[in-house]
Every structure is written in structure tokens, then in C-alpha cells.
Write a protein that binds this ligand. Structure first.
Ligand code: NAD
Length: 362
């Protein structure tokens, strides 16, 4: 088993170091190789995704990714900006399925802006299609309008499109994920207005025939946005297109209180995946040793489960994180009165210690 470790920029290097420490504590037989990505790679090689980094990622079973970006690169031409590295990896590795679990740990119920009774016990999974939809559809661009409300005016346009195989494969991913959970899929669309999403709804319904043990419900995206804050525990697996998923997964992330707690996985058809925290490189706190490493550590757990076939080891990491939170340790983003404030490294050390204890106990 080979893991490409791509820490990236800002807090990326700090949080990935902790996840690597946790992986090493498991004493499993895998090889880890580190490479530059994002702004760090641009500085060293003139490109955010150098050929050598891409080659390493492609040849690995999984990529453990930190975060990329810094405001100082915002003036670079778009293809050279750090964030392009993620798009390049998604494209070359064919990562079409994005998993974002939103779990509310009992100890962090107070960190959410929602009432405790609304989010206590929350455990939902948002599955977002990642390589299609209006984000990639052609044609797109700017032109002079020949019709519409203002013929002759300058206008911009994008194209929303999905092919049947693209919808089928993400639907299969969602039904199979639901089978391992509470056996319910909510497919989010805008079939009342958009042809693309009427087609999405029809194809998801067709695929559902192969999963009679899983319940399927369809929901319009505007209603889904509302239900996510009204009664989020009603959901189990939510599957949707690229743009709706982009928005709903960020909304869901805030249900749990801190973005520093949220892992994510992006998978291709061979279960090769890229695992990263849901947050960015946080330049405002980079180098201060205060970033929360738990989202990255939990992403490493997802990597063990999805790409490396090590479900037991994944569960050990997740149990260690729960144990550390229960013991009252908190990084600054999740700290509250009565708990103990710790830095990035201390949080990583505590997880390692909790893992070592469970390994020793057998
Ligand atoms: P961000 O997620 O980096 O930070 C938002 C806020 O959350 C900041 O106040 C930050 O301090 C805090 N935060 C984030 N992660 C945290 C953690 N682990 N522990 C404690 N606090 C944490 O988003 P942003 O500020 O909008 O973007 C900063 C840079 O990151 C930009 O260059 C952006 O393009 C990039 N970015 C990268 C990714 C990625 O690599 N996948 C994703 C989003 C943003």
C-alpha cells in the first residue's frame, strides 16, 4: 500500500504532520512518500501541480492532502494558482465522488449555531458528484446577446449537463453507501425547473430498482437547504450534483460547529482516493501551532476505510478522536469554557496516545 502525502500550504504542513504521526502509530505496512503541491510547489518548481507530484499521486493507492492557497498567490494567472492543483488531481485521477460526512460529536454540541436538540447525534453523509454539471459543461463564455431580455448587451453563460453514465455511477455510490448506514438516500434536484435535473431524477429512480432494500426520496434543492437546518437528522445519505453539492455540503459542515472537524474523501471508480480536510489553508493562523488537526486525522481514517481496506484501523482512529474530545482537550476553534485548550501538536499527540492505549489493550 502506498500513500502520497501532499501537505501543501499554510496550516496544511502542520495538520498533515499530525495525521502522519497517527498513521505511523497504527503500525501498519504502508509506504508514505511526501511531495510538494500548491503554492509550495509553485515556489519550488513554477507549477502548483508539478509532473513529479502528479506521477506520485497517480501511482499511489491514496493521497493524503492538507490544503493549498495563500492570498499572496491571488494575482497569479489562474492556471498557476495553488487551488488549480486540486482541480488537476481530481481530473487526472478521475475523482468523481465526493464524500463529506457531517457528524456532531456529543461534546461539541454547544459549538454549533443550531439548538442542541436539532443536531445532537447528527450523522449524515453528503455525496456530491464532482466532475460534471455546470462547473465543467461546455460551451461557456461571454458574448453579445442575440436574444433574451436585452439583445445586443454583453452576457455570460455556462452549460448545465449530465450524461446518463455520470448519474448512474454516482447513484450506485450513494445506494451502496446507504446500505452500510441507515439505508436511506435523499436525491436532491431541481427537477421542477431544470431539464438536467428531471433527467437526474429519472436516472436515479431507474438505478434504485437495483437497491430495493434502500429507501429513496427525492427533494428539491431549495427544500433540502431548508430541511438541513430545520431537521438535519431526517437525512442519512444525500446525493446530488456538483453545484448543489458544493453549496449543501458547506451548509451541512456548519451544523457540526467547526470546519476544523470535517474530513472528506474524493474517489474514482477504482477506489483510489484523495483525502483532505474540508477547510482551506487558513493563512490567518498558519505557523502559530493552533490549527485543529482532527479533520485531517479523520480524513486519514476515511482513507484507511475506503482506499486501503483497513476498516478496523479506521475505527481505531475514530474512537481515539472521540476519546480525546471526551477527555476535554480542545483546539482554539472548538474550545469552550471548562475545557482544556491545546495546540496542533498536543492534539495529535493525544490521539496517538489514545491509539497506542487501544493497541496495547489488544
Ligand atoms: P479556510 O478554510 O482556510 O479558513 C476559514 C476560517 O476557518 C479561517 O478563520 C481559519 O483560521 C479557520 N480554520 C480553517 N481550518 C481550521 C483549522 N483546522 N483549525 C482552526 N481553524 C481553522 O478558508 P479561507 O480563509 O476562505 O481560504 C484560505 C485559503 O485556502 C485560500 O487561499 C483558499 O483558496 C484556500 N482554500 C483551499 C482549500 C483546499 O485546499 N481544499 C479549500 C478552501 C480554501
Amino acid at each position: 500500500m502506498k500513500i502520497a502525502v501532499l501537505p501543501g500550504d499554510g496550516i496544511g504542513t502542520e495538520i498533515v504532520a499530525e495525521a502522519v504521526k497517527v498513521l505511523e502509530a497504527l503500525d501498519l505496512a504502508f509506504e508514505m512518500e511526501t511531495a510538494l503541491v500548491g503554492g509550495a510547489a509553485y515556489e519550488a518548481h513554477g507549477h502548483p501541480l508539478p509532473e513529479s507530484t502528479l506521477k506520485l499521486a497517480m501511482a499511489s493507492d491514496a493521497v493524503l492532502f492538507g490544503a493549498v492557497g495563500d492570498w499572496k498567490y491571488d494575482k497569479l494567472d489562474r492556471p498557476l494558482r495553488p487551488e488549480q492543483a486540486i482541480l488537476g488531481l481530481r481530473k487526472h485521477m478521475g475523482l468523481f465522488a465526493n464524500f463529506r460526512p457531517a457528524i456532531c460529536y456529543p461534546e461539541l454540541v454547544g459549538a454549533s449555531s443550531l439548538k442542541p436538540e436539532v443536531i445532537a447525534g447528527l450523522d449524515i453523509l453528503i455525496i456530491r458528484e464532482l466532475t460534471g454539471d455546470i462547473y465543467f459543461g461546455q460551451p461557456r463564455g461571454r458574448r453579445t446577446a442575440v436574444d433574451g431580455h436585452f439583445p445586443g448587451a454583453e452576457e455570460a453563460f455556462d452549460t448545465m449537463r449530465y450524461s446518463k453514465p455520470e448519474i448512474e455511477r454516482i447513484a450506485h455510490v450513494a445506494f451502496q453507501a446507504a446500505r452500510k448506514r441507515n439505508k436511506k438516500v435523499t436525491s436532491v434536484d431541481k427537477a421542477n425547473v431544470l431539464e438536467t435535473f428531471q433527467f437526474w431524477k429519472d436516472v436515479v429512480t431507474e438505478v434504485h430498482a437495483q437497491y430495493p432494500d434502500v429507501e429513496l426520496e427525492h427533494m428539491y434543492v431549495d427544500n433540502a437547504a431548508m430541511q438541513l437546518v430545520r431537521a438535519p437528522k431526517k437525512f442519512d445519505v444525500v446525493v446530488t450534483g456538483n453545484m448543489f453539492g458544493d453549496i449543501l455540503s458547506d451548509e451541512a459542515s456548519m451544523l457540526t460547529g467547526s470546519i476544523g472537524m470535517l474530513p472528506s474523501a474524493s474517489l474514482n471508480t477504482r477506489n483510489q482516493g484523495l483525502y483532505e480536510p474540508s477547510h482551506g489553508s487558513a493563512p490567518d493562523i498558519a505557523g502559530k501551532g493552533i490549527a485543529n488537526p482532527l479533520a485531517t486525522i479523520l480524513s486519514a481514517a476515511m482513507m484507511l476505510r475506503f482506499s486501503l481496506n483497513q476498516a478496523d484501523a479506521a475505527a481505531r482512529i475514530e474512537a481515539a478522536v472521540a476519546h480525546v474530545l471526551a477527555s476535554g482537550l480542545r483546539t482554539v476553534d472548538i474550545w469552550s469554557e471548562g475545557t482544556t485548550k491545546v495546540g496542533t501538536r498536543e492534539m495529535g499527540d493525544a490521539v496517538v496516545k489514545a491509539i497506542t492505549k487501544t493497541i496495547t489493550k489488544g
